[in-house]
Write a protein that binds this ligand. Sequence first.
Ligand SMILES: C[S@@+](CC[C@H](N)C(=O)[O-])C[C@H]1O[C@@H](n2cnc3c(N)ncnc32)[C@H](O)[C@@H]1O
Length: 214
Amino acid sequence: MRVKKFSNPYIKRIKEFDGIVLSMDDLLCSRRGFNFPVCIDIGCGNGEYLVDVAAKNPDKFYIGFERQYKEVYRTASKIKKLGLNNCKVASTDAKDIPAFFKKNEIADVFILFPDPWPKARQKKKRLINKDYIKSLLSNMIKGSYIKFRTDNDDYFSIMLSVVYDLSLEGEVRILELSRDFRSTRTGADEYITPFERIFMRQGLLINYMLVQRS
Ligand SMILES: C[S@@+](CC[C@H](N)C(=O)[O-])C[C@H]1O[C@@H](n2cnc3c(N)ncnc32)[C@H](O)[C@@H]1O
């Protein structure tokens, strides 16, 4: 039996966006067109939140990290359509982010609805844990923020204990916490991401924390 090989059409299509889609080499070596410190959106999905925040803050520089080629394509299309020159998307696994940046090269970090891996046997696949946050913090500028949102209560509780420990270690300050983000003042103004829209339609509450690098 002949097995038909599937090749993802978006691998080719993202090549249309030279200068917008970043490769591993761009991140590690050339850093063409970078403006440090950069704000990063980890798992930016289709880029809706990323382009919204970049358009509202033209004085800051943004990179979204996304491992699905289709979502990279969708993000790059939005960046191009809006003509944003302060925003790029990295087609790469966000687990490598700590290797891409040096001290004081990262400003704000957005972690919005990371894949929850809800089953007990899947939890080890979660991207965000204490070591990961610590490695981000080591390259973040003082006073910058981490924004974390999830519908998953267990993921949130674990993150709460991580940031609480880090606050005791003097690494961060916890500025805002909510089990119902959309009922807070910040929540009323912030862009609703595509996944957040889905969860809100299902009647789920959105967990939220805002943490500042000390
Ligand atoms: C649940 S979606 C959330 C997307 C978007 N932030 C939102 O709020 O609508 C999670 C996204 O993270 C991406 N993702 C998951 N793990 C990743 C990784 N290790 N590196 C890069 N992207 C990742 C997925 O491909 C997906 O697009």
